[in-house]
Design a protein around this ligand. Structure first.
Ligand SMILES: *Cc1c(COP(=O)(O)O)cnc(C)c1O
Length: 357
C-alpha cells in the first residue's frame, strides 16, 4: 500500500521499485543504434533464449513492437486478420493501415475471447487480383485478462501453416497468460510462456505492465524478421541511444517480477469474491466476473453507477469505468506490483461503506 491512493486503473501505473531503480543506475550503457549498448543486448538475447526465439528487439512501447512486427512481415496491399476488440486493430490508432498500407480484417470474438477457426478460414482471401493478399493472423493473449487455450493457439498455427500465413501474438501480458497455465500446463511461468510463444512467428511482450518496468517492450522472432523490424523501429524514431538504463529495468523485471504475478492473480480473485459477496447482499448491484489473471470486470447497476464512482474517487480508489451503451456500467480493476493485500482489504471496506453510508 503506497500512500493512501490505490490505483486499480491499469498495471501500467507501477513505479520502479528500489531494487529496480538500483539496477537501472548500475546498468552499463552504450549507443544502442550502433548495437553497442551491453544492457540492451543482454536483454534482447536473454528474452530470446527464454522464449525460444532466434532474436529480439527492444522497443519503446507495446504499440511500437506490434507495429514493427506487422511492418516486418507484411507488404503494402497485404492483409492482417485481427480481433475486432484487439489492441492491434482498435487501440493503436490504425497504425498498420496508416503507416504500413496493411489492410486489417477484423473478426468478431466468441464468448471465450477466441476468434472461431471457421471465421478465420472464411476471411482468408483467394489469390485473385480483386483482393488484398491475406498474409498474417494476429492474436492477443491475454485479451481483456482472458487466457487463450493452448489447443486453440495450436489450431490457429496449423491453419496458418496450411494456408501459407504467418502469425503474430500481441503478448503485452504474455507472462500473465503463462502464470495462469501454472501448474496445469507447465511447472513455471517461463516454461508456459515459451510454450505459448512456440505457436507464433513473432511475439510482442510489454515490460511496462505487470512486469513493472517504467518503459519498454520486446519483439521476438527469427533473426531475419527482427533485422527488418529493427529497420522499421529506426524509421519510426524508436532508435534509442543509451537505452541500457531502461533495459536494466527490463532485465531486473525478468529476474524478479515474473513469479510474483501469481500474487496479482490471487489478489484479483480475492477482490472479485469480496465484490460479489457485497453485491449479493445489495440486490446484485455489483457483479464481478471471475478473473483468470489480474483483471476484474465489475458490472454496476446503472442506478448507482455515478454515485459509486464518485464514492470510490472520494476515498482515493481509482478504477476505469465505461458505460456499456445503456446496459450496466462496467468497471475494470487491475491488480499489480504497487497494490498489496492491504489495498484489496481497504478497497473492499470502501465498497461496503458505500452501501452502509
Ligand atoms: C497495453 C497494450 C498494448 C500497448 O502497449 P503500450 O506500451 O501501451 O503501447 C498492446 N497490446 C495490449 C494487449 C495491451 O494491453
Amino acid at each position: 500500500m503506497l500512500g493512501v491512493m490505490s490505483d486499480f486503473r491499469s498495471d501500467t501505473v507501477t513505479r520502479p521499485t528500489p531494487g529496480m531503480r538500483a539496477a537501472m543506475a548500475r546498468a552499463p550503457v552504450g549507443d544502442d543504434v550502433y548495437g553497442e549498448d551491453p544492457s540492451v543486448n543482454e536483454l534482447e538475447s536473454r528474452a530470446a533464449a527464454m522464449l525460444g526465439f532466434e532474436a529480439a528487439v527492444f522497443a519503446s512501447s507495446g504499440t511500437q513492437s506490434n507495429l514493427i512486427a506487422l511492418l516486418a512481415q507484411c507488404e503494402r496491399g497485404d492483409e492482417a486478420i485481427v480481433g475486432q476488440q484487439w489492441h492491434t486493430y482498435r487501440w493503436e490508432g490504425g497504425g498498420m493501415a496508416v503507416l504500413g498500407s496493411i489492410q486489417p480484417q477484423p473478426l468478431e470474438h466468441a464468448a471465450d475471447a477466441t476468434i472461431p477457426l471457421d471465421s478465420i478460414e472464411a476471411a482468408i482471401k483467394p489469390d485473385d487480383a480483386h483482393f488484398a493478399r491475406s498474409r498474417l493472423i494476429a492474436l492477443e493473449n491475454t485479451t481483456g485478462g482472458t487466457v487463450l487455450p493452448i489447443d486453440y493457439l495450436e489450431s490457429v498455427r496449423q491453419l496458418a501453416a496450411r494456408r501459407g500465413l504467418v502469425t503474430h501474438l500481441d503478448g503485452a501480458r504474455l507472462f500473465n497468460a503463462a502464470t495462469a497455465l501454472v501448474p496445469q500446463r507447465a511447472s513455471n511461468a517461463r516454461h508456459a510462456a515459451r510454450e505459448i510463444c512456440s505457436h507464433f512467428d513473432t511475439v510482442s511482450v510489454c515490460l511496462s505492465k505487470g512486469l513493472g518496468a517504467p518503459v519498454g517492450s520486446l519483439l521476438l522472432g527469427s533473426a531475419e524478421t527482427i533485422r527488418r523490424a529493427r529497420r522499421w523501429r529506426k524509421m519510426l524514431g524508436g532508435g534509442m541511444r543509451q537505452a541500457g538504463f531502461l533495459a536494466g529495468a527490463g532485465l531486473y523485471a525478468l529476474d524478479h517480477h515474473i513469479d510474483r504475478l501469481a500474487d496479482d492473480h490471487r489478489r484479483a480473485k480475492t477482490l472479485a469474491q469480496g465484490i460479489n459477496q457485497i453485491g449479493v447482499l445489495h440486490d446484485g448491484a455489483l457483479r464481478a466476473k471471475a478473473p483468470q489473471t489480474n483483471i476484474v470486470f465489475v458490472e454496476i447497476d446503472p442506478r448507482i453507477a455515478t454515485g459509486f464512482d464518485a464514492w470510490l474517487r472520494s476515498k482515493e480508489i481509482r478504477v476505469n469505468t465505461r458505460s456499456n451503451y445503456g446496459g450496466p456500467a462496467v468497471q475494470r480493476w487491475v491488480t499489480h506490483l504497487d497494490l498489496d493485500d492491504g489495498d484489496i482489504e481497504r478497497a473492499l471496506s470502501v465498497i461496503e461503506g458505500f452501501f452502509s453510508a
